[in-house]
Design a protein around this ligand. Structure first.
Ligand SMILES: Nc1nc2c(ncn2[C@@H]2O[C@H](COP(=O)(O)OP(=O)(O)O)[C@@H](O)[C@H]2O)c(=O)[nH]1
Ligand SMILES: [Mg+2]
Length: 398
């Protein structure tokens, strides 16, 4: 009996162990099992599987159908468009910085620097000193007449003020230049009469000097100052000229009046005035075609444009002659002719940043008494700045 009982217990134990083994194998095929723990658990509660450290085996590779291949190829050819990344927040635009004369008058500064250095290096004033000064002024486009006048003044000062040092001589020259370039109070400002509507500013000059660009830059400034601006494309020689002004008008947010190519520029100015008066636009910037001051018929046409612009409503408050500073002494001849024909009220001296030598500013102001109101120190809108004789002369001698 006891033997039968022992046998029975043994059979039960063996059966339970093999059952556990089968269950574990089914759940984790491929896992090497450790020898069954002793004592064996009761047959009803199977031993929990050992913690899995390995990833389960990958399922058998599925076969790829031709449709899937085609789909994949299409996906490769047409890469999924990734959603556009959020555009970076625009960096706050730095306010345009007004350029400094000394940074832009490159050519003029280097020309003067050589002579000034040479005058200083001598330690005394002698004949070579005077030659240096004369050569510097002539080469800087100041012109013979103004140079002679400047030298006469300087010799007188040397005598009366007992100047013996080169440095003091240079200071006297600077003071004289500033004096000649100086305008009377208020003469330098752009003339605007707020009792008339509209004010007309007429821009005249030879080809390519920067008339249209100056109108654009000035338009931005006038708008910022609160004026309502209308641009009149009275340069009817080429359609492209009116197109160029139209671009500026859009940028400025100004009204624009243009005529047919080859049309009457006077008619454009007439229309512009009517429109400005009807819309209470207070400032008309009128572009005109570039013309050689030597062409009599073209200068006559300009006179007519000015006469039309003078008629009411409104009034011409500025006739600005735009001169390219790099043309040197010829700028003086242009100024004389335009002044005689249409009564220039001020000068805009452009491209002082280029190869200009700057002296033409002295000649125009001295010989014609025409105030230089604005100067162009580059192509950007902020590069059109008010003329300042102190800054200009300091830049030349800096
Ligand atoms: N560097 C420089 N270029 C200028 C200046 N003013 C105008 N320009 C350039 O001169 C060229 C002729 O200007 P534009 O206004 O068309 O001359 P317009 O024929 O008199 O109307 C353009 O390329 C302008 O950008 C300036 O002060 N400096
Ligand atoms: Mg133009």
């Amino acid at each position: 009996m006891t033997i039968v009982l022992i046998l029975l217990i043994a059979v039960v134990m063996v059966a339970s162990a093999s059952a556990t083994l089968v269950v574990t194998r089914r759940r984790h095929p491929g896992i090497e099992l450790e020898p069954p723990p002793a004592p064996p658990a009761p047959p009803t509660t199977p031993t929990p599987p050992p913690p899995i450290e390995q990833a389960p085996e990958a399922p058998p590779e599925a076969e790829i159908t031709p449709e899937q291949v085609a789909e994949l190829e299409a996906a490769l050819q047409e890469p999924e468009v990734a959603p556009a990344p959020e555009p970076p927040a625009p960096a706050p635009e730095a306010p345009p910085v007004r350029p400094r004369f000394r940074d832009r008058l490159g050519k003029a500064r280097s020309l003067f620097a050589g002579y000034v250095g040479s005058v200083r290096s001598r330690g005394k004033i002698n004949e070579e000193t005077w030659e240096d000064i004369e050569e510097a002024l002539i080469r800087a486009d100041v012109g013979v007449d103004t140079t002679t006048a400047l030298l006469d003044d300087l010799r007188t000062k040397v005598r009366t003020d007992h100047i013996t040092e080169p440095e003091a001589l240079l200071d006297a020259l600077k003071a004289d230049l500033i004096d000649r370039l100086g305008a009377q109070d208020g003469q330098r400002e752009l003339r605007y009469d707020d009792t008339v509507t509209p004010n007309v500013w007429l821009f005249v000059g030879v080809n390519g000097v920067g008339k249209t660009t100056t109108i654009g830059k000035l338009g931005l400034r006038a708008k910022a100052e609160g004026h309502e601006v209308l641009m009149a494309a009275a340069d009817t020689f080429r359609a492209a000229a009116a197109d160029q002004l139209e671009l500026w008008a859009k940028r400025v947010g100004a009204d624009l009046v243009r005529g047919a190519e080859g049309g009457d520029p006077g008619a454009v100015v007439f229309d512009a005035k009517e429109r400005a008066a009807a819309r209470h636009t207070d400032l008309i910037l009128a572009d005109t075609a570039g013309r050689l001051h030597t062409k009599v018929n073209l200068m006559e046409e300009l006179k007519k444009v000015r006469r039309v612009a003078e008629r009411p409503p409104g009034q011409v408050t500025e006739v600005l002659l735009v001169i390219d500073a790099t043309t040197g002494q010829n700028g003086l001849v242009q100024a004389k002719e335009f002044a005689a024909a249409v009564g220039v009220t001020g000068i805009v001296l452009t491209k002082l940043d280029g190869t200009a030598k700057g002296g033409i500013a002295v000649a125009i102001q001295t010989e014609l008494g025409l105030p230089i109101k604005l100067v162009g120190l580059g192509e950007a809108p902020e590069d059109l700045v008010d003329f300042d004789e102190h800054e200009f002369v300091d830049a030349l001698f800096g």
